[in-house]
Design a protein around this ligand. Sequence first.
Ligand code: PTJ
Length: 256
Amino acid sequence: MKSEFFIPKSHPRYYSLKIREKLVEGFKKGIVPIEGLIAQGRGETFDYILGEKTLKPAIKSIKAAAALFLLAKHPVISVNGNSAALVPEEIIKLAEIVGAKIEVNLFYRTKKREEKIKKLLLSLGADIILGVGKDASATIPKLMSERRKVDPRGIFKADVVFVPLEDGDRTESLIKMGKKVIAIDLNPFSRTAQKATITIVDNIVRAMPELIKLSQKFKNYSQQKLKSILKNYDNKIILKEMIEAIEKRLTSKAAN
Ligand code: PTJ
């Protein structure tokens, strides 16, 4: 179900428009909820301000995320509609490299959409997808949204949960359960960004290939080296650096 509209490569916003098209296609296929298009719009705003590139603090977060993944005993990648539409192959690749399970977990949960996302990931080579239908039989305590329903083999028992593009109601609950949370969120002010153990403030389409690359590289590192990468990481400092980067960019734009 490709877009009927032609986007010329010469268009100054070609890449951004192509990402948008992926989400629209995902929406038409029943993978992305209509609210997911709004979420992308919010992300685009921050990306525009950041200059649509991966900034240095984000690279530090990606390195720490790779280290945490590789040190984890039960890492799980939580997939929603937007991440399934934008980076399905990358999710599978990352899971392979770091030995993570993949679980579908939706805020706007419907049986149909869960099944479609599972089918998409299986068709791209994933071997098992958790969290769909009756498999989501465990509950995240004190969480009221549909995201509370999780798989006992997956998010429920995970020590590290990766939540690319989250809506903010779950990260805090996962942290309270004693888990470590890695988030990708272009908005450094969001609740998810503020509460996660590691926040990658970057576009998911740029961050995922970098995370795959560094996870592959770090696989050769000793546990001690991975631990020291984590020890030197401070998420509060990273968020501060990202907010300062936004401030700097806005100030320089205002001066021109
Ligand atoms: O598939 P579901 O039912 O689980 O629903 C998924 C959405 C994304 C609709 C749901 O989680 C939601 O409503 O999310 P929010 O509250 O809009 O938050 C999404 C966050 O992701 C916002 O802080 C955006 O800035 C950020 N974001 C959006 N697009 C990108 C992004 N961050 C990185 N890369 C993007 N491409």
